[in-house]
Design a protein around this ligand. Structure first.
Ligand code: A5P
Length: 228
């Protein structure tokens, strides 16, 4: 039986066309996508890719996926990434894997962003899980206090008992807010907090969602002004 993550991953690479600059997100669903992309590249597809994490970079290199960087390109045609939560407006919580900053840099530089998930990531309302927030190590206790003052239950992320350190040398705090009234406003106030590098809230960046349940893929396009 093929997992739902693998099914959406395989489907998503059909959107990649010859000559594209492609952003590669991170996580286990993206890893499946990398295998499928590697296969298409073996069959002759010509693309250049920008990875959003060191882990993705390593796997992409192993699979002979050609890489580039922002010194050589000024925009990305299409990014494919996973998510930890997605709501009905295609807004996201990301950062479960701790790569949210680079993922957001890559997503914002992209003309199109396709998100691939299994259906368990779909929520009515964002915030069922804590929002990952990357903060600089200096003064992290102070930054955590400021985030608590915004109403969050703040947990410094640890892995095997040690403080998790991001690809950028920073910490991640997982912040659980009880009930998020306005996700855009919350994102703004978190970003204004000194010590915060970036939040795991991805608002208005997704163009298309592929979500799989029991082997069936549902495709949802972001409604744009032109559609109205
Ligand atoms: C990484 O920082 C995250 O944003 C991932 O995109 C997210 O955690 C999805 O991961 P999985 O595909 O492993 O579920």
């Amino acid at each position: 039986l093929i997992s739902d993550k693998k099914i959406v991953a395989i489907k998503s690479v059909n959107y990649i066309e010859d000559g594209m600059i492609v952003g590669l997100g991170s996580g286990s669903t993206v890893n499946q996508m990398l295998y499928a992309l590697g296969q298409r590249i073996n069959e002759g597809l010509k693309v250049k890719c920008i990875p959003a994490s060191k882990k993705t970079e390593r796997l992409a290199k192993d699979l002979n996926i050609p890489l580039t960087d922002f010194s050589k390109v000024s925009k990305i045609d299409l990014t494919i990434d996973g998510a930890d939560e997605v709501d009905g407006d295609l807004n996201l919580i990301k950062g479960g894997g701790g790569s949210l900053v680079r993922e957001k840099v890559v997503a914002i530089a992209s003309d199109k962003v396709i998100i691939i998930v299994d259906h368990t990531k779909e929520v009515q309302k964002l915030g069922q899980i804590p929002i990952p927030i990357e903060i600089i190590p200096f003064g992290w206790r102070m930054t955590s206090r400021y985030l608590e003052e915004l109403g969050a239950d703040v947990t410094l992320r640890k892995v095997a008992g040690k403080r998790f350190v991001s690809d950028n040398g920073n910490y991640i705090v997982d912040c659980k807010f009880d009930d998020i009234l306005a996700v855009n406003e919350l994102n703004k106030v978190i970003k204004q907090t000194v010590g915060v590098v970036e939040t795991g809230l991805f608002i208005e960046v997704v163009s298309k969602l592929l979500s799989a349940k029991n082997g069936q893929v549902k495709i949802i396009d972001k409604i744009t002004m032109e559609d109205l």
